[in-house]
Design a protein around this ligand. Structure first.
Ligand code: SF4
Ligand code: SF4
Length: 337
C-alpha cells in the first residue's frame, strides 16, 4: 500500500552527526568539514546535546550519523543514554565497516535499525562511488548484523552514476535479509556539489522528473511485493497537491559536531543554521538564517531548492513551473501488502 507520509508533527527526529571523521572518501559525500567541523564529540557533549530534544511531551527518534558513527568509541554508551532519555527509536547509519565491535556492545532491543549505505547492486558500481572493497565489506556487515538479530535497512542514493542498477536492488535486498529500503536523491551538497561525481555530458547528477518517475516507483513496488517497506522522496508534487515546508510544520534537527543545528538538510552546505549549541545550551542562531526562508511562498515550491538546485525545475514555454518541487523531507512509503 502506497501512501505519502505527511510530516510528523508529534515526533522530533534528531539526525545527530557525532563526528565527521570517516574511513571512506565517497565521491558524493555530503559532509563538508568547512561547514560541519572536524571534531569528534566527547560522550558528555553527546549526552548533553541529546537532552533538549527528548521528554518534551512528544516522541523523539534519534539517528546517529557521521562521518562513520561506529568510529566513535563511545557510540554504545550514547545509544544507551538515548534510551534512558526515552527516545522512542534509535538508528545507526553506517557504511558497513562496523568499527569498535559495535554489534557486540549493543543489543537489538537498544538499536531499532542498523542502516547501511550501498550505492550499487554490484561491487563495480558501488565501489566506483564509495571506494575499492566497500561493497564486500558492507555486505559482510549486513550479514553480521542480521545474524545477530538486528533489524537492518539499506539506503541507496540515486544519481546518474548508479540509477541503472536500482532495478536489480530488490533481489539484492531479499538475499541480504534487509527489512526497510530507503531510496534517496543525490543531494548537491559537499563533494557532489564540488564536482566529485563524474561529468554526465553536462547533465545534472540528479534524475529529471520523468526519469525519476519511470524508475523509482516501480522498483519500490517490486521491493514491497517481496516484503520490504520502501521509503523514497516525493520530489515533485502532483497537480493540486498542497505544498508544505518541513521547516515550518515538522520537528527535524540536523546536528553537526561544530554545534550547528539545521532544520533543513538543503541548507547544510551554508552557514544558515537556525539553532546552535553554545556553551552547552541550544540557542537561536543569528539572522539571516534558514528560518527566514521557510515561509517564502514561491510558485516553484521549495524555496531552498530554487536557490540551491534551480536546474531541478522545469518551466513551460510561458514560464510557468511544470511541477512544483516538494519538500525534500516529504516521502512516499510503500508497505508490503
Ligand atoms: S558518504 Fe558516508 S561513508 Fe562515504 S565518506 Fe561520507 S560519511 Fe563516509
Ligand atoms: S527542503 Fe525546502 S521545503 Fe523542505 S524544509 Fe528545506 S526549504 Fe523547507
Amino acid at each position: 500500500m502506497k501512501k505519502t507520509v505527511a510530516f510528523s508533527k508529534n515526533a522530533a527526529n534528531v539526525f545527530f552527526h557525532i563526528l565527521t571523521k570517516c574511513n571512506l572518501a565517497c565521491r558524493h559525500c555530503y559532509i563538508n568539514p568547512d561547514q560541519h567541523g572536524k571534531q569528534t564529540l566527547d560522550l558528555d557533549t553527546i549526552k548533553a546535546w541529546l537532552e533538549p530534544f527528548a521528554g518534551r511531551g512528544r516522541k523523539a527518534n534519534v539517528i546517529f550519523l557521521g562521518g562513520e558513527p561506529t568510529l566513535h568509541p563511545d557510540l554504545a554508551e550514547a545509544i544507551r543514554y538515548a534510551r534512558t532519555l526515552g527516545y522512542a527509536s534509535v538508528t545507526v547509519d553506517t557504511n558497513g565497516y562496523l568499527f569498535n565491535n559495535i554489534l557486540d556492545k549493543v543489543t537489538p532491543r537498544e538499536v531499532d535499525y542498523f542502516s547501511f549505505s550501498l550505492d550499487g547492486a554490484t561491487a563495480a558500481t558501488n565501489d566506483r562511488l564509495r571506494g575499492t572493497g566497500c561493497w564486500q565489506r558492507c555486505v559482510e556487515g549486513i550479514q553480521a548484523a542480521v545474524n545477530k538479530g538486528f533489524a537492518t535497512s539499506l539506503i541507496y542514493t540515486v544519481s546518474r552514476a548508479n540509477a541503472s542498477e536500482l532495478e536489480r536492488m530488490p533481489a539484492v535486498l531479499k538475499k541480504l535479509g534487509i527489512r526497510r529500503f530507503f531510496i534517496q536523491v543525490i543531494g548537491l551538497r559537499g563533494r557532489s556539489a564540488a564536482g566529485g561525481l563524474e561529468d554526465f555530458a553536462g547533465k545534472s547528477p540528479q534524475l529529471t522528473q520523468a526519469e525519476w518517475l519511470d524508475l523509482v516507483p516501480p522498483v519500490a513496488e517490486e521491493a514491497a511485493d517481496i516484503g520490504i517497506t520502501v521509503t523514497y522522496p516525493k520530489v515533485f508534487l502532483d497537480p493540486g497537491e498542497k505544498f508544505e515546508c518541513a521547516g515550518l510544520v515538522a520537528d527535524n534537527y540536523f546536528i553537526f559536531p561544530n554545534g550547528r543545528v539545521y532544520r533543513c538538510p538543503l541548507c547544510e552546505d551554508f552557514p544558515m543554521h537556525s539553532l546552535a549549541f553554545e556553551a552547552g545550551r541550544l540557542v537561536n542562531a543569528g539572522r539571516l538564517n534558514e528560518n527566514d526562508f521557510f515561509s517564502l511562498n514561491i510558485p516553484e515550491g521549495c524555496v531552498m531548492n530554487r536557490l540551491i538546485q534551480p536546474e531541478n525545475i522545469a518551466y513551460d514555454p510561458d514560464g510557468a513551473t511544470v511541477a512544483r518541487v516538494a519538500c525534500c523531507l516529504l516521502k512516499e512509503e510503500i508497505r508490503p501488502r
